[in-house]
Design a protein around this ligand. Structure first.
Ligand code: ZN
Length: 708
């Protein structure tokens, strides 16, 4: 589902591949063959079918099968007709051959397409896994061909291939296509088979001409490139009174590194002064008053408060940047940031007519998340309006010994770390190799509460590989294949940190196994979206010490974890809200220039700040909420992070305090609900739709625990 979320949001290389008919470009590199500007003209061979052809197909089908089938014939032919192109051939002949009014024949078609879907997904995954094997698994030095193989996406053209082969049309002719609001309305009454049918046709609800996809993909690649080169050399960024506080060679990318540096500075004696510099830099980026010449340039000193640029002081120039211009120019960046937003909008809007089920970028973003915008928006506002923010702010002020400032939007309550060296000694001895961890999986599962038989069953479906990175879980997509757990084991054995991640990944693998092997319809394999699998993996991770026979961290560490989750959710909620408002403004002002988009973004960010953040963090008209790089590279994804936090707390609350056997049974049961609507899943899992309440309740308890 994540692929869908990302690709629908950005319609990039992930879903359909970039370069014309050859191989897909990796999402972060530009597509050399892709056109530089959006293509608005559709090629003649991709011209839509005429209304007369659709009417003819309907009339002939009704004549053949009778009036009793009129409704389903009209629905099926309309669904096909909306995406059929003249180059696909004779619409009527196709419909006459493929329409199946007989329920048994239709059942057989459903089963056949479900089987094909599982095999395609499963084998594409295996091909991709093989292509990326040496990049992901620690197999020693890498050959130059590995990055090329890793960029290869075997499934890149699979949806268009199914349209070309007309298999997609057979599905659309015989099974109903649903909108998000149809699915929401039916969520209490549908059978599992109906959910599976909806999943089947959803794969084919959109068919975008390749030129438009290429345009969207190149807008995405250009935005990725823009952000990928947006660094600041912090040694050259000065305080208001001209001081140089940051060390040499500190090279930070917007906005992730800048934000993390800000967070790290709470421990520093000059911390607050540095944080003020970072906030000012961020404001200059959002308002585009940043001098263009200072971006990724260590040869210029810049005071972001006065906006004065000077040649870097002798002896401060960093070697890597020696080739950068020294010429002192202070012209502002000419709205390049918002040219990217405009390019995403233009490319997305061109796609709208080819997505009849969700005809705007905003609708496609929420369709991908399977939650309606008004529900999500309401939850964002609930988080922002919660009076708990004022209580949390009070605790922060007490800890910091000062009034809060805008930079404290990224405050961390801190995680009290346990005695890690002692734990390292245990885990390195217990797990000298990835195989040792694999061998221990049945025991781990039994200790979590699974029966010996279920523990053995799951363990047989998981294999452990040595990871190059920190670790990840890769589930299987077809029955017969195994889930892969990637874990990093150092020479001296698995560290506690590595073990903690491995237990998290094991949670993913167990979910992936139940939700594929034990599901009633493989079209429903998985979970509603990535937030759900993360929530489930976290349930395992939170029990990692218990599995080592150690007491679980309670008290202060747990309290701080909850408060951090609240503060963090509240921070992203504001940025997500700004982004939504900006995209609605874009649709209302489709001809807006980059400068006008900048003005609208700054104004929206300031308004949200004044309303929800100024009361606790101070500052007026602060544009900070516009800084997220995601809004430039993959628009309309931010709200998913907020949902992720809410879902994690809700699932956690559901199993909290249950005995081990009940925990394991519940875990297995909720994994088998599959990829249905998030709200339907949550209702069947916990009795309530997705709500802000568990996170807010946990926050209230955490705040109260301090007072007593
Ligand atoms: Zn995870």
């Amino acid at each position: 589902m994540l692929n869908r979320v990302i690709s629908i949001a950005a319609f990039g290389a992930l879903l359909v591949g970039g370069c014309s008919g050859k191989k897909a470009c990796p999402p972060s590199t530009p597509c050399p063959e892709a056109p530089k500007t959006a293509v608005t003209q559709t090629a003649p061979k991709e011209a839509p079918v005429t209304p007369a052809a659709i009417a003819d197909a309907k009339a002939k089908l009704i004549a053949k099968h009778g009036e009793a089938h009129r409704a389903e014939i009209e629905r099926g032919v309309d669904q096909v007709g909306k995406l059929w192109r003249t180059s696909d051939g004779d619409l009527t002949a196709f419909c006459m051959e493929q329409f199946l009014p007989d329920p048994a024949a239709r059942d057989a078609l459903f089963t056949r397409l479900q089987e094909m879907s599982e095999q395609m997904k499963g084998h594409f995954l295996e091909l991709g896994r093989t292509a990326r094997w040496n990049t992901e698994v620690d197999t020693g030095p890498m050959a130059p061909v590995e990055p090329l193989l890793a960029a290869y996406d075997p499934s890149a053209h699979s949806v268009e291939d199914m349209f070309t082969a007309k298999v997609a049309f057979a599905a659309l002719l015989n099974f109903p296509l649903t909108t998000l609001s149809d699915r929401i309305k039916s969520s209490d009454t549908w059978t599992r088979r109906q959910w599976a049918e909806a999943k089947l046709t959803r794969k084919y609800d959109t068919r975008v001409p390749s030129a438009l996809l290429q345009a969207a993909s190149s807008a995405e690649a250009a935005a990725d490139q823009y952000i990928a080169g947006y660094y600041l050399w912090m040694h050259h960024v000065l305080t208001e009174d001209g001081k140089r506080l940051f060390p040499a060679k500190k090279h930070l990318i917007t906005h992730w590194n800048l934000r993390d540096e800000l967070k790290a500075n709470y421990e520093d004696k000059d911390g607050l002064a540095k944080q003020r510099v970072i906030v000012k830099v961020m404001e200059r980026i959002v308002t585009q008053t940043i001098p263009k010449a200072v971006v990724d340039n260590p040869n210029l000193d810049w005071n972001p408060f006065t906006n004065k640029v000077t040649a870097a002081e002798a002896g401060t120039i960093e070697e890597e940047g020696a080739s950068k211009p020294k010429e002192v120019v202070d012209t502002r960046e000419p709205d390049a940031r918002f040219e990217n937003v405009k390019a995403h909008f233009v490319a997305g809007k061109a796609i709208d007519p080819y997505s009849p089920i969700a005809p705007s970028v905003i609708e496609r973003a929420f369709d991908a998340a399977e939650m309606p915008e008004d529900r999500v928006r309401k939850m964002l506002v609930e988080i922002l309006e919660s009076p708990l923010a004022a209580d949390a702010a009070k605790e922060m002020e007490k800890k910091l010994g000062r009034k809060l400032e805008p930079s404290d939007i990224w405050y961390e309550f801190g995680q009290a770390t346990g005695p890690e060296t002692e734990l390292d000694a245990i885990t390195t001895k217990k797990y000298p190799t990835p195989q040792a961890f694999e061998k221990d999986i049945p025991r781990i599962l039994r200790d979590l509460g699974f029966s010996a038989e279920r523990a053995q069953y799951v363990a047989e479906h998981i294999t452990v590989d040595a990871s190059r990175g920190a670790g990840h879980a890769m589930g299987a997509e077809r029955r017969g294949d195994k889930a892969h757990l990637r874990t990093r084991v150092e020479k001296g054995g698995m560290t506690y940190k590595g073990y903690n991640i491995a237990v998290h990944e094991l949670g993913h693998n167990v979910e992936q196994t139940f939700s594929l092997y034990d599901i009633d319809y493989t079209l429903l394999a998985g979970v509603p979206n990535t937030a759900f699998t993360e929530a489930l993996a976290f349930l395992f991770q939170a029990r990692d010490l218990d599995l080592l026979g150690r007491p679980a961290p309670g008290g202060e560490a747990e309290r701080e974890r909850v408060l951090d989750a609240f503060w963090n959710t509240r921070e992203i909620a504001g940025s997500a809200l700004v982004e939504l408002d900006v995209w609605h403004w874009l649709y209302a002002h489709p001809a807006a220039t980059a400068a006008e988009i900048r003005e609208a973004t700054v104004k929206t960010a300031q308004d949200v700040w004044n309303k929800y953040y100024a009361p606790t963090l101070g500052g007026k008209d602060i544009p900070l909420l516009g800084i997220y790089s995601h809004t430039i590279t993959s628009p309309l994804y931010l709200f998913n992070y907020v949902l992720g936090h809410l879902i994690a707390f809700q699932v956690e609350e559901h199993v909290a305090g249950k005995d081990k056997a009940t925990f394991a049974k519940e875990f297995e049961r909720i994994c088998k609900l599959g990829a249905i609507l998030p709200d339907a899943w949550m209702k069947q899992a916990t009795g309530k739709p997705v709500t802000t309440q568990p996170l807010l309740d946990a926050t209230a308890r955490a705040l109260a625990a301090k007072k007593t």
